[in-house]
Design a protein around this ligand. Structure first.
Ligand code: PGA
Length: 255
């Protein structure tokens, strides 16, 4: 049984004070949602993690914490970077790795994503590995080859037990922050393909157990149609995760 995961990626938005308000609102809105049916994660910027963690613990919200990135080494002379161990010490559960904004804007490559996946597991974090094609790759029908390459690279040398717990988010780049989404059928086709790629790498049993998300302009109005596809186990939500009512409505739409 794959438990639905709805993860809010705040990106570079919200100070820790603004984040507190947002989490309090979300916490109240989803108070009646059964956490056995849907797991809800918030992924604030690094500077808000400590505050949000304290708030979640103090008010007992059914929310888990995720980070948006980490560095690929365990520790050392890497000025300005944040380690997986530092995130783990803050009760962080998930870490988003290989988001297209990091790949496209900050030049992160497949090998770095793979290293980060291994270091994340080493520290006890669960990666949410992102993949997806650009608009021109989409037009050229290169979606499958792109996500296949990204997933094979990200999971290279990662053992089946770890892969089983990993989360993969399929996020077509042309759908991120644009208001355009893949149709539920199109998203299902690509997500099912990703599952088959994982299956070829580590077996159908592991691939069948891991959770695959869709991301890219998910809103309350389209969440249900996307999440009811057989291989789509949740969503990575950007813009809509910054509004408590909209994000909570997405959570409720899938329960
Ligand atoms: P969006 O972002 O929901 O604003 O399209 C999704 C993401 O980048 O994870």
């Amino acid at each position: 049984m794959r438990v639905t995961l709805i993860a809010g990626n705040w990106k570079m938005n919200n100070t820790h004070l603004e984040g507190m308000r947002l989490v309090q609102q979300i916490g109240h809105e989803i108070a009646d949602v059964n956490p056995q049916k849907v797991e809800v994660a918030v992924c604030p910027p690094f500077t808000a993690l400590r505050t949000i963690q304290t708030l979640i613990d103090a008010d007992r919200y059914d929310l888990v914490l995720g980070a948006q990135n980490m560095y690929l080494a365990e520790e050392g002379a890497f000025t300005g970077e944040i380690s997986a161990g530092m995130l783990k010490a803050l009760n962080v559960t998930y870490v988003i790795l290989g988001h297209s904004e990091r790949r496209e804007i900050l030049g992160e490559n497949d090998d770095e994503v793979n290293l980060k996946v291994k270091v994340a597991y080493g520290a006890g974090l669960t990666p949410i590995i992102c993949c997806g094609e650009t608009e021109s790759e989409h037009a050229a029908e290169e979606t499958r080859s792109k996500v296949e390459r990204q997933i094979q690279a990200a999971l290279a040398g990662v053992g089946p037990d770890r892969v089983r717990s990993a989360v993969i988010a399929y996020e077509p780049i042309w759908a991120i922050g644009t208001g355009q989404t893949a149709t539920p059928k199109e998203a299902q086709t690509t997500v099912a393909y990703i599952r088959s790629v994982v299956s070829d790498m580590v077996g159908a049993d592991v691939a069948g157990a891991m959770r695959l998300l869709y991301g890219g302009s998910v809103k309350a109005g389209n969440a249900k149609a996307l999440m009811s596809q057989p291989d789509i186990d949740g969503a990575l939500v950007g813009g809509a995760s910054l509004e408590a009512a909209e994000f909570s409505a997405i959570v409720k739409a899938v329960t």
